[in-house]
Ligand binder design. Structure first.
Ligand SMILES: [Mg+2]
Length: 270
């Protein structure tokens, strides 16, 4: 598999920078979408390439997902020093205590749980994924009419509880009592690390927040050095696009080789 020449040149330029953050979405970017979200597995070569990147000097690697950190770690097999930002950035694997919910948020989560039990009774086949700070309504596998009816019911529930953060996706609605957003989480991590540039890849509407946040980075030089890649079809503000998960793995492999080459060649490294 060969990369588009423009993308290859961009990856090589990015790989030569002294300090970088390489972040990616998991589902639909590194792992093909599947019927049961717990059957998800990274595509061959993906985690080895990210693990190799994370071992290089000046290189921080992060998985940024809507999933909770626990399942994300289990399904990806990611180990330190790869960072995990879960629940759209509301969870950070570096904080062992996880999420601190207020009493109000705990009460809201319980009411959400009760309302979703009723929703599942009215919409058979809907699956509810538990997260530390919310619940996700999945309709993948339902026929289109049943799916859209269930998603509308979930959105209505979100509209009723005005303190919930509602995030629609592909055959999915997330209802969260604490919400950060991938863009906010990415910027916060980039700022904290003080890196020269950030790479981000993803396949869904929530990832567009990440692409936009990196483009709007207040550090104009870091914004100019960003590298954003949309995986698969759909409107995007990312700079580049790859067809599927294996093509994204090729981007990471190219980055590993280019970065090793740049670092061996005597480029300045912190
Ligand atoms: Mg995704």
């Amino acid at each position: 598999m060969t990369l588009d020449p423009d993308l290859r040149a961009a990856v090589e330029a990015f790989a030569a920078l002294p300090t970088v953050l390489v972040a990616t979405d998991f589902d639909g970017a590194l792992a093909p979408l599947v019927l049961d979200p717990m059957d998800s597995r990274p595509v061959e070569g993906g985690m080895p390439a990210l693990t190799a990147l994370a071992a290089l000097p000046g290189t921080t690697v992060a998985l940024v997902s809507g999933r909770a950190v626990g399942p994300l770690r289990q399904l990806s097999g990611a180990q330190k020093p790869i960072l995990l930002l879960g629940s759209h950035g509301a969870e950070d694997s570096r904080r062992p205590d996880g999420l601190a919910l207020s009493d109000e948020q705990r009460t809201l989560l319980q009411r959400l749980q009760d309302d979703l039990a009723a929703l599942v009774e009215q919409h058979p086949g809907v699956r509810i994924e538990d997260k530390p700070a919310g619940r996700v309504v999945h309709t993948r596998g339902l026929d289109p009419g049943a799916s859209s009816a269930a998603l509308e019911a979930a959105l209505a529930l979100g509209a009723r509880h005005t303190d919930l953060a509602v995030t629609p996706g592909k055959e999915v609605v997330e209802l969260a009592v604490a919400h950060v957003g991938k863009g906010v989480a990415l910027m916060a991590l980039a700022q904290e690390l003080g890196v020269d540039a950030v790479f981000y890849s993803g396949d869904d509407v929530t990832d567009e927040q990440g692409f936009e946040a990196l483009a709007d980075d207040q550090d104009g030089e870091r914004a100019a050095r960003r590298l954003t890649v949309r995986v698969g079809p759909g409107a995007t503000t990312a700079q580049h696009r790859v067809a599927d998960e294996p093509a994204l793995v090729e981007v990471f492999r190219t980055m590993v080789a280019a970065r090793r080459g740049a670092q061996a060649g005597g480029a300045t490294v912190d």
